[in-house]
Write a protein that binds this ligand. Structure first.
Ligand code: TYM
Length: 354
C-alpha cells in the first residue's frame, strides 16, 4: 500500500524578536529533524498581517527570522527555506480551505479568542481564518510531520480536520482522478489526497513559560523584557534575566514528581533539559536537592554557551541581506515547484479549469 512520503514542514511568524520559547519549542527541533527527514521551513509573512496590518519593517523582520534559522543550523541547500508570500499557492489553497472549514471550527480556536480579545467584531477576517492559511501552508506540500510548540496543537488538529473533510467531500473525484494516496486512518485503510499530519510537540520544553510568571507562556508580546530570553540577547542580559527569574524558596526536588505545583522550578528544569538535549529526570538526577543559587549559574552558563554562537552568527548574517535574499529566492523557487503541482491536482480534483 502506498503511503505519503515523510516530509517535515513548519513556520515562524516574522513578528517581534525570537525568544527561547521559539528556539526550544520549534527551531531546535527543526535543526534536529534535518538528519532524518526532508524539511521545508517557512517564514510566514502573510500570517504577520492577521493581527496587525501595517508593520515598520516586515522585510527586515523576515530576513531576521531567516538569519535565525540559518544561524541555528538549518541547511538551506539540503532543505528548503523561504518566505510564504513568494509562493502564491499558500493564499490560493487557503481560499479553498476557507470553503472547506466551518466558521464554528474557527470560532473555537483559543488563540483567536485570546488575540481578538473582547472586541471580536473588530478583529480582522484574516485573524479568524488564520488556521485555514496555516493548514494550507502544511498541506500545500502534503507534509506529514510538523514540529511546533504546544500552543499550536489546536491549529494542527484543525489542519487534520480540514484534510479529512476535503478527502471525504471529494472522495469520488479523488478516486476518479487517481490522485489519492492510500493511508491508514486508525484501523481503516482509506484513499485521500491530503495526509493527516502529525504534530511533533514532545520534548522537555514544549511550552516554555515566562521567567517572571511560571503560569504564563513566554511570549514576544509580554511587556516585560525580563520575562523572556531573546535570541539576540548578549551574555550579560541572559545572566541578568536568569538571576532575576522568579523561583520559590524550596531547593530543587529529589524527583520529577516533586516539580508538580512548582511552575517556575519546572520551567527552569525543562529549559535546562532542552538546552542540553536531556530529560527533566536527568537534570533532577544532577541537581536534585540543590538551591536555585547553585542551579541558576549552571543554567546561565549552559544558556550562554548555546545561545551566544547563534546570536553572533545571526548578527553576521544580518550584515549580508543579499545573501539572505538569495536563500529565500532559491527556496521559494523550489517550494513553488512542489506547490504548483499540488495546486494543479487540487484544481483537477475540485473541477476548476487551469
Ligand atoms: P509563532 O511564530 O508564534 O511561533 C513559532 C514557533 O514557536 C513556538 N513557540 C513556543 N514553543 C514553546 N514555548 C513557547 N513559549 C513558545 N512560543 C512560541 C510555536 O509553537 C511555533 O512552533 N501559527 C504559527 C506559525 C505557522 C506555522 C504554520 C507553524 C504558520 N503556518 C505551519 C507550523 C506549520 C505561529 O504563529 O507560530
Amino acid at each position: 500500500m502506498s503511503e505519503f512520503k515523510p516530509l517535515v514542514f513548519s513556520g515562524v511568524q516574522p513578528t517581534g524578536n525570537l525568544h527561547l520559547g521559539n528556539y526550544l519549542g520549534a527551531i531546535r527541533k527543526f535543526v534536529a529533524l534535518q538528519e532524518s527527514h526532508n524539511c521545508i521551513y517557512c517564514v510566514v509573512d502573510l500570517h504577520a498581517l492577521t493581527a496587525q496590518l501595517v508593520h515598520d519593517d516586515l522585510q527586515g523582520q523576515t530576513r531576521s527570522i531567516t538569519a535565525a534559522f540559518l544561524a541555528a543550523g538549518i541547511d538551506p541547500k539540503q532543505h528548503i527555506v523561504f518566505n510564504q508570500s513568494r509562493v502564491p499557492g499558500h493564499a490560493e489553497l487557503a481560499w479553498i480551505f476557507n470553503c472547506v472549514a466551518r466558521i464554528g471550527w474557527m470560532n473555537r480556536m483559543t488563540q483567536f479568542k485570546d488575540k481578538a480579545g473582547k472586541d471580536r467584531e473588530n478583529a480582522s477576517l484574516g485573524l479568524l481564518a488564520y488556521p485555514s492559511l496555516m493548514a494550507a501552508d502544511i498541506l500545500l506540500y502534503r507534509a506529514t510531520h510538523v514540529p511546533v510548540g504546544d500552543d499550536q496543537k489546536q491549529h494542527l488538529e484543525l489542519t487534520r480536520d480540514i484534510a479529512q473533510k476535503f478527502n471525504i467531500d471529494f472522495s469520488k473525484r479523488i478516486a476518479d482522478t487517481g490522485l489519492g494516496v492510500d493511508m491508514l486512518v486508525g484501523e481503516e485503510r482509506v484513499n485521500g489526497y491530503f495526509p493527516l499530519t502529525e504534530p511533533l510537540i514532545e520534548g522537555p520544553a514544549p511550552r516554555v513559560m515566562s521567567l517572571r510568571d511560571g503560569t504564563k507562556k513566554m511570549s514576544k508580546s509580554d511587556v516585560s523584557d525580563l520575562s523572556r530570553i531573546n535570541l539576540t540577547d548578549d551574555a550579560d542580559s541572559i545572566s541578568k534575566k536568569i538571576r532575576k527569574a522568579k523561583t520559590d524558596p524550596e531547593p530543587l526536588p529529589g524527583d520529577v514528581e516533586g516539580l508538580e505545583g512548582r511552575p517556575e522550578a519546572e520551567n527552569l528544569v525543562g529549559i535546562y533539559a532542552a538546552l542540553s538535549d536531556t530529560s527533566k529526570e536527568a537534570v533532577i538526577a544532577d541537581f536534585g536537592g540543590q538551591q536555585f543559587s547553585a542551579f541558576k549559574p549552571a543554567l546561565t552558563e549552559l544558556a550562554v554557551s548555546v545561545m551566544s554562537p547563534i546570536s553572533a552568527e545571526m548578527r553576521r548574517l544580518m550584515d549580508d541581506p543579499a545573501y539572505i535574499d538569495g536563500v529565500l529566492e532559491d527556496g521559494g523557487d523550489r517550494a513553488g515547484a512542489i506547490a504548483g503541482k499540488t495546486m494543479n491536482d487540487v484544481k483537477e480534483i475540485i473541477g476548476l479549469l487551469y
